[in-house]
Write a protein that binds this ligand. Structure first.
Ligand SMILES: [Ca+2]
Length: 667
């Protein structure tokens, strides 16, 4: 990596660095003599929390008393950014201290190059800490990256390293909206997998804190909450205070047509183009309610810390992995570089060292937080980490700070990767050319004069020098031009990790017959079509961990197409509290949408896997948790929201469906 960067970091670290956290960089693994006891470090990391939906970030509607109280006891950062607006890349950047392009953490389907990387947990282990994983970090089930204790909640996904890009022209709108919007509704905590997960985080995290006595090794605990990540299924008592109280997004006329190509792809790829206004409104209200529910969990966990008697010696950090667009700019979920998705809350509280209620307004990032934690533990970071410790700036608000943050997105539903640089009050985004026929795209926003990010200044002559300078900064910071990064990303996706789904043998069709309510004739699975009878050959019966799996393949000699008159609709027995992978291979001339529902109709749609509008074979997959269910209903049909869409007979084919357990329930 670039030596000047390291020099710059060291210089910054040396400036104004005083007190217990004064650390000279010595190379990774070197411990530093401490003059006082090193603090415990509790990082509470939520999922998908839009910073602006927090009381301490100026929201006058949402109620977040516990986070606000933490801010009153701590230092709040107004312009902190994620390393990538997506779960796994952000979390792997946090784990590794590096930009995602430097460790291949492109998407949710990725892991770090090795389990043995010089991770934050390993740095803290070397400093004499117990490192405790309590909840979601979205790790592969074979990777813990050095955490010395795992409280056993989730982190059981299976990464294959594969990915793709959307074709530039693939922007034709489809009728209906994403199945995810069907999970904008009232419902009990038990109906929301994120809430079920988070109740465990609070319970096990609190138990750990209460049992942890003084005099033991210091601990670092990552309390990984899933809230307020969709599904937005929220108990009525938490939603009711926000009914008709959350303002709608304000989108200027014509704005959606002027979005960068990649963001138009996000709208089509996530099927967000035509969300009814009442759905937008309800979703926003539910999100506020979910955020308050999460804040209540924070209160319980911090209550346990107080009861433990360790609070005085514990640094408490609150942050999230990325934000949530909430319908702003016509977008839902994250994936974009607007403030709603890329900016994240960050509060660092340790009253023993820093007076509460302070704010820091300049730009910083999740990668800076990583180095801050290492420095608080009195441990030098690996020289090739990409952030800068916030400690000098925490100690002294007038200390020089870089005022710079960088974020990258190379995952799904885009035509090309993009990178964002926030510097001062400007935000610059560079989108790599998606193909040889299309140029790179740039965005430049002045967040002071236009905080809504509706006016792209990048093409204005007076701003061209600024764009060029900011792109040069991006290249220097990453050590590579974004176009080179995009090329490497595509090559990595094409290669994958060589981890094909585990396949058993078609030896036990009888077991399958027990697993699903279907007819097996001569080893083939038959089910009722409307129109053409379906027949799929059973290819495998063993799941990745020896559990039940179903793999159906349409025999090549079976000419029956899956068209507007045909569908798959089968009940399948599943293990409760288990994570399953649903994969399918289809050929489509129109959108084909498999939907997974509970057999009792009470599960909602948890799987949204679709083939897209392509005449080529498409492979899509998604993981889901079964919760309390013992059976789910697997449906496959063309069109959106259950309506069969007319397709040309013979052009749409369902080739293969895989349903297999991949581990314990995660999120
Ligand atoms: Ca996330």
């Amino acid at each position: 990596m670039d030596t000047p960067n390291v020099t710059r970091r060291n210089a910054l670290r040396l400036m104004g660095c005083a007190g217990a956290c004064s650390v000279l960089p010595r190379g990774w693994g070197a411990s530093v003599p401490m003059t006082q006891r090193r603090p415990n470090i509790l990082v509470i990391m939520s999922d998908e929390h839009n910073a602006s939906v927090t009381g301490c970030y100026g929201n006058g509607i949402v109620r977040t008393p516990h986070l606000d109280a933490l801010a009153a006891r701590g230092v709040t950062f107004d312009a902190c950014y994620t390393a990538s607006p997506l779960c796994v890349p952000a979390r792997l950047a946090f784990t590794s201290g590096k930009y995602i392009s430097r460790n291949g953490a492109w998407s949710n389907n990725c892991w770090l190059p090795s389990d043995d990387v010089a991770s934050l947990p390993r740095v803290l282990n070397a400093a004499g800490y117990d490192t405790v994983l309590c909840g979601k970090m979205h790790y592969d089930r074979e990777r813990r990256y050095g955490f010395s204790m795992d409280l056993g909640i989730g982190n059981n996904s299976r990464k294959t390293g594969t990915g793709n890009r959307r074709a530039v022209a693939d922007l034709e709108p489809r009728p209906g909206v994403s199945q995810r919007f069907q999970d904008f509704r009232l419902g009990g905590e038990d109906e929301n997998g994120c809430m079920r997960h988070d109740l465990q985080v609070t319970e096990k995290g609190s138990a750990f804190l209460r049992e942890r006595g003084r005099g033991q090794k210091p601990f670092f605990m990552l309390a990984g909450y899933l809230s307020p990540h969709f599904p937005l299924i929220v108990p009525e008592k938490w939603w009711r205070p926000y009914e008709d109280r959350v303002p709608m997004p304000v989108i200027p006329p014509g704005h959606l047509d002027r979005l960068p190509l990649n963001y138009r792809h996000l709208r089509v790829g996530f099927h967000n183009e035509d969300v009814p206004a009442q759905t937008v409104q309800l979703g926003r209200e539910l999100y506020y309610g979910f955020t308050e529910w999460f804040d209540d969990q924070v209160g319980k966990l911090l209550g346990a810390l107080t009861e433990s008697g360790l609070a005085e010696d514990t640094v408490v950090v609150y942050t999230t992995d990325h934000g949530e667009n909430l319908g702003e700019h016509g977008l839902w979920w994250k994936n974009a570089m607007y403030e709603h998705a890329a900016r994240i809350p960050l509060v660092v509280s340790w009253p023993a060292r820093w007076a509460g209620g302070q704010r820091r307004r300049e730009a910083c990032s999740l990668l800076d937080l990583v180095q801050t934690i290492a420095e608080l533990a009195g441990q030098a970071c690996p020289e090739d980490w990409d952030g800068d410790s916030l400690c000098p700036w925490l100690d002294n608000p007038a200390a020089p700070w870089k005022d710079r943050a960088l974020s990258q997105y190379y995952a799904h539903n885009i035509a090309s990767g993009f990178v964002m640089l926030r510097q001062g009050h400007f935000k610059y985004v560079y989108h790599s050319p998606p193909d040889p026929d299309h140029a790179a795209e740039e965005e430049l926003y002045d967040l002071r004069s236009g905080p809504g990010e509706f006016t792209n200044l990048a093409s204005r002559p007076e701003h061209r020098p600024r764009c060029q300078t900011m792109l040069a900064t991006v290249v220097r910071e990453l050590g590579e031009h974004p176009d080179e990064i995009e090329t490497r990303c595509r090559a990595d996706y094409a290669k994958g990790y060589g981890r094909a789904p585990a396949k058993g043998r078609a030896a036990a069709a009888g077991a399958n017959a027990q697993l699903m309510n279907a007819r097996f004739i001569d080893g083939d699975l038959h089910w009722d079509h409307r129109g053409t009878p379906g027949r799929f050959r059973v290819e495998a019966t063993a799941g990745a961990e020896g559990g039940p799996a179903l793999v159906f393949r349409k025999p090549e000699d079976d000419p029956a197409p899956v068209d507007e008159n045909s569908h798959l609709d089968q009940s399948v027995r599943v293990q409760p509290h288990t994570r399953y992978r649903l994969g399918m291979r289809v050929k489509a001339s129109a959108d084909l949408r498999p939907v997974l529902r509970a057999a009792d109709g009470n599960f909602g749609s948890v799987v949204e896997v679709l083939a897209g509008d392509s005449r080529d074979w498409q492979v899509a997959q998604q993981e889901f948790d079964t919760g309390e269910l013992t059976a789910v209903r697997l449906q496959f049909f063309g069109g959106a929201r259950g309506r069969i869409r007319e397709t040309a007979p013979g052009t749409s084919w369902l080739d293969q469906v895989i349903l297999e357990p991949v581990g314990n329930a995660e999120d």
